[in-house]
Design a protein around this ligand. Structure first.
Ligand code: HEM
Length: 487
């Protein structure tokens, strides 16, 4: 009895101690930085305000959390998110300052569970010299491939293949079609695989599991989406390793195919683990985000007849200047000016990446704010994109707002981030979108079946997969004559 009550007493004291520890750990930073850090609130111990911050909302809106906090505390406020004291920035200038001062004052810092899935050599996770090495390689690969006739041709052929498969359909789930397109393009570009090879199907299946885990609760218990994602990553690594070995056996170091893998194999600076991670980063970065961009363009164009007509006439005139069935080339791409405005506006309104994760490496004083060392810092891109003081009629889809030189490369348009971590794949994503739009607007009309708003969870998704009612612009026999599926 005495032993039992003694144990109970110790357990109770332990529990109270733990609770007080948690409360102290949670509120201490708030008290210590009471006067200097921006205003804001910390919410509950441990979870802080994370659940409210992550509450789903339409991706072309700020969401209630940011709206309420910005109106109460201003565009820069403190909060407690992802178990860490955090500064949230919805301010254009501060966001720019944070992105440009990567590695000097701030550093990329994604939550631990993300490292578990992406692996310790992922470009998103690594910092310092390792990051520089991987990034330089990514930039070289993207710069060389984006203007290569082979890449342009593969991209166009894949777009035509998808669009031709709609010939007898009245309805498609567009997000699925866009994913098929971007996955086929990136798998071909990175690993040299075509869509009908068995390894492609295996990678795609594992990738879908992997993606679900990235946005799931990080609990490593067999059967949870998180654990399944970690296992899926290991399987993708094995598949990629097998492809690498096969390529080596066949003398892949000779660099003859021109895909990313060829270049990787002849690289002597990266470890084997880094090479595999590089392949995964390219697939991950290049697949879902680009397919979402195409879906966003389709979604917003469906509501803007004027923009759609302007886009169509741009592509009609490009097609009119070419022979029947002739490929698009980089000169044609340069002529797609209005298309670039549509893409920039779809990125601004759609907010595919709502914010990025950083941490302060030291105490940073910026204007009136003090950002305490060690705190998480979240530059929110959607807040800049939807700021009415930066964009007139900010809630409206108006591609023409980007007319004029360098409009879409300014501080108020940051869909691809900025500074030393600016997305290396942005040009590939835009080119794929432009080529897909070219053949889509020339061959089909579409209407969204019912309502399907893109939602930020914060990871953006069309809940119903964007169902479209489609109708060919040309008759089926004209479509065949036009060369659909034959390029
Ligand atoms: C619409 C399409 C895309 C969007 C909106 C997008 C957005 C972004 C953003 C915002 C970042 C910065 C992350 C940060 O600062 O923490 C980023 C980084 C990255 N993206 Fe993209 N991306 C897209 C397409 C692509 C494509 C096509 C590829 C590859 C082929 C790619 C590969 C990467 C990689 C490897 C990084 C890490 C760069 C680094 O940390 O230095 N992305 N992307």
């Amino acid at each position: 009895m005495m032993v039992g009550s003694g144990f109970l007493h110790t357990a109770l004291v332990g529990l109270i101690g733990l609770f007080l520890g948690l409360v102290l750990d949670h509120f201490l930073p708030l008290v210590l930085n009471l006067r200097s850090a921006p205003r804001g609130s910390f919410g509950w111990p441990l979870v802080g305000e994370t659940l409210r911050f992550l509450r789903p909302h339409a991706s072309n809106t700020l969401g209630s959390f940011l709206e309420e906090h910005c109106s109460r505390y201003g565009k820069v406020f403190k909060s407690h998110l992802f178990c860490t004291p955090t500064i949230v920035s919805c301010d254009q200038e501060l966001n720019h300052f944070i992105l440009q001062n990567e590695e000097r004052l701030f550093q990329c810092s994604y939550p631990r569970p993300i490292h578990g899935i992406l692996g310790k050599s992922s470009m998103i996770v690594v910092v310092g010299d390792t990051h520089k090495r991987l990034r330089n390689l990514a930039l070289t690969l993207v710069t060389s491939s984006k203007s290569k006739a082979g890449f342009l041709h593969d991209t166009e052929k894949t777009a035509l293949h998808i669009i031709a498969s709609w010939r007898d359909k009245k309805r498609v789930l567009f997000c699925e079609e866009a994913r098929k397109f971007t996955f086929s393009v990136i798998v071909k570009q990175v690993l040299g695989l075509s869509p009908d090879e068995p390894q492609t199907a295996r990678i795609l299946e594992d990738f879908l599991t992997f993606m679900k885990g990235l946005i799931s609760f990080p609990l490593y218990i067999p059967g949870t989406p998180y654990a399944r994602a970690v296992q899926a990553r290991a399987r993708i690594s094995l598949t990629v390793k097998a492809i690498v070995e096969e390529r080596r056996r066949k003398g892949g170091d000779l660099n003859t195919r021109g895909d990313f893998l060829d270049v990787l194999l002849s690289n002597t600076e990266l470890s084997e683990e880094e090479k595999i991670s590089f392949v995964l980063d390219s697939l991950l970065g290049g697949y879902e985000t680009t397919s979402l961009l195409i879906s966003m363009a389709i979604y917003f164009l469906a509501q803007s007849t004027k923009s759609l007509e302007k886009l169509k006439s741009e592509h009609q005139s490009i097609r009119a200047s070419k022979q029947e069935g002739e490929h698009l080339n980089s000169e044609d791409y340069k002529k797609m000016e209005f298309t670039q405005y549509v893409i920039s506006e779809a990125l601004r309104c759609g907010n595919i990446v709502k914010f990025v994760h950083r941490k302060a490496l030291k105490d940073v004083r910026y204007k009136d704010y003090l950002i305490p060392s060690g705190w998480k810092v979240l530059p929110v891109f959607s807040a800049v994109h939807l700021d009415p003081s930066l964009h007139g009629n900010a809630t409206e889809f108006q591609p023409s707002r980007w007319e004029g030189p360098n409009q879409a490369t300014c501080k108020k348009h940051i869909p691809f981030g900025g500074g030393p971590r600016l997305c290396p794949g942005s040009e590939l994503a835009k080119l794929e979108t432009a080529f897909f739009l070219h053949h889509l607007v020339l061959n089909f009309r579409w209407r969204i079946e019912g309502e399907d708003t893109p939602m930020a969870y914060p990871y953006v998704e069309f809940q119903r997969g964007l169902p479209l009612e489609i109708e060919p612009i040309l008759s089926l026999s004209e479509l065949q004559q036009d060369g659909i599926g034959t390029i």
